[in-house]
Design a protein around this ligand. Sequence first.
Ligand code: PEP
Ligand code: MG
Length: 586
Amino acid sequence: MKTKGDGHGGERIFEGFAVGAGIAIGVVHRHDSRAVVQVRERHVPANRIRAEQSRIVQAAYDASRRMEELQAQARRMKGAAGEELGYLLDAYHQMLSGSRLVRGVQARISEQQINAEAAVMKEIGLMAEAFAAMDDPYLAARIADIREVGRRLVESLGEKTPTGFEDLPDDAVLVADELSPADTALLDPKKVAGLATMVGGVESHTAIVARALGLPAVVAADFLDQVENGETAIIDGGEGKLIVAPSAATLNLYRERRADFLRAQRALTKLKTVPATTRDGMRVTLQANIELPSEVDAVLASGAEGIGLLRSEFLFMNRGKLPTEEEQFKELAGIVRRMQGRPVTIRTLDVGADKLGDALDLKTGPNPALGLRAIRFSLSRRKLLLTQLSAILRVSALGPVRILLPMVCTVEEVREVRRILARLVAALKRKGVKMADPPPPLGVMIEIPGAALAADALAAESDFFAIGTNDLTQYTLAIDRTDEQVAYLYNPLHPAVLRLIQFAAEAAHAGRIPVSVCGEMAGDERLAPLLLGFGITELSMSPANLPRVKNRILDLTYSALQGKVRRITSLADPAKVRKVVDELSS
Ligand code: PEP
Ligand code: MG
């Protein structure tokens, strides 16, 4: 990303993506996870080969036990991030206890007559190379995990392999190429003020760790060779900046900003029970998006009125077998019960492209983003869809539930799901299964440009709309949302995206069905006046953003926004749009 500054020594500013809000001021501690563990290769005589092979079996066993301790530690961490860390550690655990790696190392020991440490490093090196060659950003990100597993194995063999986190200064600003979840589970959050990494997007390990530890963070900033241990550093987790060796003026400015941020945080928590109503009395419904059951605590703490988007992919991740109806029911029931009567919108499996599910045996076509994914995938795997719908129908007996279909493209898809649902409801009724009567509303995600343009037809078939601006932006602008190279073009304020949102909202109003926005846009408080101007009064967002959005809404006059936004959709330039929207709300 961009770099500004006057060379080494003076103030330097590195820009990246913001992944953890807040401001950190502290001391640089560099960490290089690419540093390959150095081990010595020894010749092992033929009569010692067996003994050397059993060393690796024992080491894998020891490393697995250690990993189980870390998994237990992650489970004790509060909230979703602890759970996310847990999933990543599970993957390490599987690699360590899976016989493939151990067998590979054993074969090397006997074929090359070398010691276990050297055999591990060679095997790991080969695996990392194979992943790198696949030219897939997801797999490339896993290379750090493979190296980490190697380091742990070598450590279990008795070698010292420093993690680099041993001597953290107080208020450390950790700057690294990438952070591995296993190491970060060992980090002392009281010592770390903030994080900056060279690699990663909003779904990277660093982002996960930042969320887990509640730290300001910036990712994908290009800095590592230009930052020295011990230098003063600032992380601006809202703007995505790492500032090294700040001038006295910058330091003072950021001290003030940090104090303001902390004050604002305290003030926002007081808004929890205040309804989101504009100055002229328009009631806006604010709900939360969640990806994991453990996020429900955060949802309730944020004051959300319900879950506007429950991404059900977690049910299918990190597992070898498909979840049964009973398993899905239990997980979903837990969420619905904890929401205590607040509505929960459950989206059916949205898998494919950037979202993978281990148990699904997904065949990626030539262009996964345009391939068999989301509702298309579910309709091609009827049993999977039936199982999920049955679980949702059963859960509907426990609280208000809605069913949401991802990436709907045609009315026929909605009709087909309705037919399936009707048959299922009849069958479950015959069996005496309890469920909501009438059955839950069936809604569609508007996230394909074609669906937005055909929103009037879709509105006639759907009970509600949820506009997914993340994918709508990706598909409208032909920009892969996971590709860093074109991230600069990804902008939901492009007039094409805005016009589609407006069109879909108008179609929903004309068809008299509720419409919400549940993409990242909904969580940007600066854009609230724009969405309200389109007549959208239901927003669903990450719970962390909810208090700020509510605060903004309390300050808006709904009727004054109507009409004004029409002009905005004719502006050509997203930067101009932002400026005009800012003026709207002031
Ligand atoms: C979206 O596309 O805007 C959306 C909310 O769905 P997801 O981010 O899960 O694809
Ligand atoms: Mg989407």
